[in-house]
Write a protein that binds this ligand. Sequence first.
Ligand code: SAM
Length: 334
Amino acid sequence: MPSGWKCDLVFINKMKELINKYEGKELIRQVRGMCGVSEKEALNDISAAKELKSLETDINFQKLQNKAKILKPTLLMEIAKCKPEQKSEILEKIAKEELTSVNDVKNFRLGIENNVFQPKLFTVWNFNGCDTRYGIPDFPGRVPGQIIENILYYYTYENDLVVDPMAGSGTTYDVAMQMKRVCLCYDLQPIRPEIKQHDIREGFPEETKGCSLIFLDPPYYKKLANKERYNLPYIKNRDAWLAFMEKLVVNCSSTLSQKGIVALLISDFIDEEEQESLLTCEYYNMFRKSHFNIVNRIQVPLTTDQYSRHEVDRAKEGKTLLNISRDLYIFRKL
Ligand SMILES: C[S@@+](CC[C@H](N)C(=O)[O-])C[C@H]1O[C@@H](n2cnc3c(N)ncnc32)[C@H](O)[C@@H]1O
């Protein structure tokens, strides 16, 4: 688009008017007159505006466009080329200014189309839903595989041994295979053949000895207690839970290789009335006590979809905030 030109809806509408009224060389002349641009730029604007006309019937797209406040036709044209399921993610990224130019969008679109992994660059990782290649849909507590992708990218190498002792739907396993890591997964109630039955309270199985990274996504104290899988008798109270975690941290240390990594995904539990609150900083202290150094703390917020409409309404009425914060602690064994 011409530099300095405020690309707004008025502009788009004027372009549409010109397209309806003129064609060929006269159209280019009119556009150049209106914007003061070269012939090449005018042609670019004309094709963008034509592409936009085809989006007018797409109501979902219009809604997203309003949400992201994107009015630049060339950007819209680039987004128009994306698959429907990619559009919302791209628009969210533009709204957050993670993608700012037509080229950014193009690269991102091509990256997604070829399933090319794009590592996060900063310590806040937002993901729009779960990459469908990893884990099992609707598994309660399944994490987006993109979290594991980034962990493995930053803290392991190909052929490293990665261990997930509470593997749930096997997200870690799927990502590890994709990224050519060796992976051992366990769960109290395994649901896939790649996950072996093992209760981590008994320590890590011998075969995990010397592993490079352990991913911990424990059943968050109290968070999912109402779900059948998480109604665990050994989590009787806050102290019992802390004792479980403390033992787990010690066991991580003895099974990891020297300088091995633990990636702990965890969120706060706050309950003012019951005095049962548990903040993630308590886990930090636990790891420090067991001679781990902190490497990073990354914020990986949950999506707002965690909460039902009913919960949102209740929170509004009661003027309370719903928590979507979640921390990913990266510790290195000293
Ligand atoms: C939050 S889920 C993990 C979800 C997983 N990251 C995914 O993406 O599907 C926690 C898992 O820990 C398992 N678990 C709970 N207590 C355990 C124990 N003592 N030993 C092994 N697994 C346990 C639960 O069965 C559950 O599948």
